[in-house]
Design a protein around this ligand. Structure first.
Ligand code: HPA
Length: 276
């Protein structure tokens, strides 16, 4: 077991989460104070990269949502921060080892699709890894998964469909689409955006894909939701900025967090013994 997993379980006194959540840029308000069991700074967890980007604090919060124990990563690291891509595997493998059966990832993304405007939420159906990186490059850790792992259900259909049905039932508009990862930190050029549109993308961002690859490798079912914060480069006249990303993410924060919390209320695990 990873050192970080052992320390996590010591701190929670062996209480295990069923669900992991990763909060993307600008999202800060997942747990209410009364639902928090314990907060663990990434500094206390060996191998957890420390985020350096505004809008990403570095702590794990373990708490309770609708009778499920949930662990939430407040802030994540990105390849553009200069981390070795393999280090992005540690937090995800820790979530798996401490007991999560489902991972819910959020991110901020630019839209490539004129029908998906800023402010929208998008249920990611698949991805295109245009980052040039893969966090599994290097020695394979056989105890987590095989050298060549299948990615044909990377955004788990069983849970993804439940999310879509729930969104419909609470009148939360939820688009579906393909997320493209670009390494950043510069935003894309209009020519790059044209290329991504042409090859089938609906949104573009600088995160999520490494985490989804690692989660699939260690058989941790995953879904991911983008907050669309802007039209991508060349699709509107507004210059792109991180300030805009944070502002727009904050506007959609209530929508995405209430979607996730409602989802946690109704989700049916594929292992029925996990259902409340
Ligand atoms: N491109 C890449 N990442 C992003 C964008 C974008 O337009 N918006 C928010 N994150």
């Amino acid at each position: 077991m990873l050192q970080s997993s052992k320390i996590f379980l010591e701190k929670t006194e062996e209480k295990k989460p069923s669900i992991g959540v990763i909060l993307g840029s600008g999202l800060t308000k997942f747990f209410e104070e009364k639902d928090i069991i314990i907060t663990i700074p990434y500094n206390d967890l060996p191998g957890f990269p420390q985020p350096t980007v505004k809008g990403h604090s570095g702590k794990l919060i373990f708490g309770s949502i609708n009778n499920y124990n949930v662990v939430c990563m407040y802030g994540r690291s990105h390849i553009y921060e200069g981390h070795d891509p393999q280090t992005l595997a540690i937090p995800i493998r820790t979530l798996k080892e401490v007991g999560c059966d489902l991972l819910i990832i959020t991110n901020a993304a630019g839209s490539l699709n004129s029908e998906i405007p800023p402010g929208s939420l998008m249920n990611i159906t698949d991805h295109i890894n245009w980052s040039g990186f893969n966090p599994l490059i290097g020695d394979n850790k056989e105890n987590f998964g095989p050298r060549f792992n299948d990615m044909s259900n990377a955004y788990d259909k069983y849970y993804r469909q439940q999310l879509s049905e729930l969104a419909q039932s609470i009148n939360q508009k939820l688009f579906e689409g393909v997320y493209c990862m670009y390494s950043g930190p510069s935003f894309e050029t209009p020519a790059e955006i044209n290329a991504l549109k042409t090859i089938g993308g609906d949104a573009v961002g600088m995160s999520t894909v490494p985490e989804v690859i690692v989660a699939n490798h260690c058989s941790l079912p995953t879904i991911a939701i983008s907050i669309i914060t802007n039209y991508a480069a060349g699709l509107s006249n507004t210059p792109l900025s991180h300030k805009e990303t944070l502002e727009q993410a904050a506007l959609a924060e209530n929508n995405i967090l209430s979607l996730i919390k409602n989802f946690i209320k109704v989700v049916k695990f594929d292992d029925p013994s996990r259902n409340n």
